[in-house]
Design a protein around this ligand. Structure first.
Ligand code: NAP
Length: 269
């Protein structure tokens, strides 16, 4: 690598990337960032409209993209997508497991169905993505980079999100374990653990069904978060996409099994 031109190693021109959860929030920002850095991006989401909207935004900006409806909790759908992308586009160089949901409530009251649902999407969905992408990447000459979405919730326990935090801690362990197995094939597996980011997932506390914002509720949710964060800031999806792009690119070619924490300093591990 040429140290005087390191910025080039952040480019991923000609690579093929798949981003789950690309229809909204952090996944959308990741898809746009990877496309902006030169990749062809497959935008995958259970919300087909959102996935197609992100793909259209990439194409509008001059990039190459397509939208795919996928439910990451269905292993067969994930495997079919990985195999088809490799066959049609020639490789799967980057795979970002960003799709996720939030389920809240105290441990003592958590219904088994809620626990099963969040495990199916936030943990098994990432596992299936890692398996499907890993099989393609270990079989292709260039290897690849997998980036998984964990959360600051895995670092800093707080009430009412135990099921979510369990999934996100599991994602970290999956990331590290898999990294030890596939590194010899030049496949890297890393994770990001974002702090509080304004997206549909967090906005549902204060965005009304008609799309208007309940400002009093917004302040009640966001301001304590901001004050609690060393940088006194709330994250934007692009703050997370920057870390994902780094991990996806050759700039991180010596990194695997790691967790990057774009979180404003709210957890320091
Ligand atoms: P978001 O705006 O709600 O986006 C999540 C996307 O994933 C949505 O388009 C959602 O579709 C999709 N999705 C849900 N279930 C799916 C499934 N089974 N298969 C495929 N796609 C599915 O949320 P976000 O805030 O960007 O979160 C993205 C990731 O970052 C999640 O893994 C989340 O846990 C993690 N994260 C977020 C924060 C934060 O503060 N926002 C912090 C730490 C970590 P629908 O809208 O149709 O459900």
């Amino acid at each position: 690598m040429d140290a005087t031109n390191l910025i080039q190693s952040f480019r991923i021109d000609g690579k093929v990337a798949v981003v789950t959860g690309a229809g909204s929030g952090i996944g959308r920002a990741c898809a746009l960032a990877l496309a902006g850095a030169g990749a062809t991006v497959v935008c995958a989401d259970v919300d087909a409209t959102g996935a197609n909207r992100t793909a259209a935004a990439i194409i509008e900006a001059g990039g190459s993209s397509s939208g795919e409806r996928i439910d990451v909790s269905h292993r067969d759908e994930v495997e079919v997508l990985a195999t088809r992308v490799a066959a049609e586009l020639g490789s799967v160089d980057v795979w970002c497991n960003i799709a996720g949901i939030m389920v809240e409530g105290p441990v003592l009251d958590a219904p088994e169905e809620d626990f099963d649902r969040i495990i199916a999407i936030n943990l098994k969905g990432v596992f299936f993505g890692c398996q499907a992408a890993g099989r393609v990447m270990t079989a292709q000459p260039g290897g690849g980079s997998i980036v998984n979405a964990s959360s600051a919730a895995a670092d800093a326990p707080s009430p009412n999100i135990a099921c979510y935090a369990i999934c996100k801690a599991g994602v970290v362990q999956l990331t590290k374990s898999m990294a030890t197995e596939v590194g010899k094939h030049n496949v890297r597996v890393n994770a990001v653990a974002p702090g509080f980011v304004l997206t549909a997932m967090t906005g549902r506390y204060f965005v009304r069904p008609d799309g208007t914002v309940d400002e009093a509720m917004r302040n009640a949710v966001v301001e304590p978060m901001r004050k609690h964060t060393p940088l006194r800031a709330i994250g934007e999806p692009e703050d997370i996409a920057a870390s994902v792009l780094f991990l996806a690119s050759d700039a991180a070619r010596f990194m695997t099994g790691q967790v990057l924490r774009p979180n404003g300093g709210v957890a320091m591990v």
